[in-house]
Each structure stands twice: as C-alpha cells, then as structure tokens.
Write a protein that binds this ligand. Sequence first.
Ligand code: SF4
Ligand code: SF4
Length: 212
Amino acid sequence: MLITQLKEKESIEALVNGKAFIINCFGCKEVHFPEKEAKEFQEELKAAGKVTEILTMDYICNPKNLELHLQNYKAEIEAADVVLVFSCGVGVQTVADFCADKKVFAACDTYELPGYQGVTPQLFDCDQCGMCFLNGTGGICPLTACSKSLVNGQCGGAKNGMCEVDPEMECGWERIQKRLEKLGRIDILKNAPVQIRDYSTDDATKEAKQSE
Ligand code: SF4
Ligand code: SF4
C-alpha cells in the first residue's frame, strides 16, 4: 500500500514554466490520493491558462494502458512545455519513459504503508521514500536505479556504463545524466544543491523504532 501527498504548491508551480499537460492516476486512490487538493490546484493552473489538458485515468504504471490513453492526446502533449504527473513514483517514471523528450515532473511524494503492495509492472520501481527526487533526475528514480540508492550523483565505480555492484545493470546515474542531456537539462546536475535524504520515513528506521 502507499500514500501520495501533494508536494508544496510553490515547488510545483516553479516547475510549470509555460503550459502543462496534467495526468492524474486514480489506480490506487482507494489507499490515498490527494484528490481534492490536486483538483483545486489544477483548477488554479487552468484558470491561469497554464494547462493544455487534464487526463485522469487508472493505473498509469501499466505502460500499455498509458500508451493507449496518451495516443488520444498527442496534440495537447506536444503543445505542453511540461508533463505534470499526480501519482506515485512508479507512475511518474512510466510517463517519463514514454515521453522521454518532454520534461516530466512529479507533483506528489510517495509514502509507504505496510501491507499489500498491489500488482504493478516492476519495470520502474519506487521505494516510496516520501520525498520524491524525480524532478531533479529526469524522471529516473535514484533510489531504485542506483545499487547504492545515491541521491547526489554517481559513485564513480561504473565501468563502460555498467554498475560496479551489479555488472548486469546499467549505472542508474549514467542513465540520469543521459536523460538530462537529452532534455537539455544537464544544468540540474551541475547546479544542484546537495540533497539530504530524510531517513525517518525509511523502512529500516520505522522497524527499528517499532522494536524499541
Ligand atoms: S525518489 Fe524514487 S523512491 Fe522516492 S518517491 Fe520518487 S520514485 Fe519513489
Ligand atoms: S555504479 Fe552507478 S548505479 Fe552502481 S552504485 Fe555506483 S552510481 Fe550507483
């Protein structure tokens, strides 16, 4: 199970430079999706002329399902400067892979709840860290795409683009670098402040607190 919470409105507004194509995922909303806050915020953006279209659908984490829906919105996506996704981290990553030449941003943070995680394609994993980093990584999760879950760039051990921990796996941070170069946003890596991860929502921390 998981919970999605809206990021600070100011931080989302800062991402919408121009117009946004908005995607809402209601697939797991029975657990928690900030539907009311998201709707109010999206109406504000729409009233300000910053929205090309709003698509609301189930399970954007299913790439085939997503592709079928997005086919109907090619013009609206093309007209948008950014794609703003209101979903868990898996959904944002699925959209970012599908719209690889667009800036795709997460409007929510994803928190973990103990229990059944549901059946979703595991092409794009999310550790439900509660402070989604995807907006600075071109939509590739540094926690799950990097063997060491580094949030401040690569460790320097990659060889020929492959991870030093798992030589069968492409280095997540090299993927992030390539994605940002493709988007013309490599400045994000050059200018990014040091990211500090809040481990208080981490599984191991929660387990340790429970056993105290
Ligand atoms: S950074 Fe990764 S683990 Fe954290 S919420 Fe985003 S997709 Fe999930
Ligand atoms: S080689 Fe890349 S993916 Fe592997 S641990 Fe280092 S930064 Fe992470």
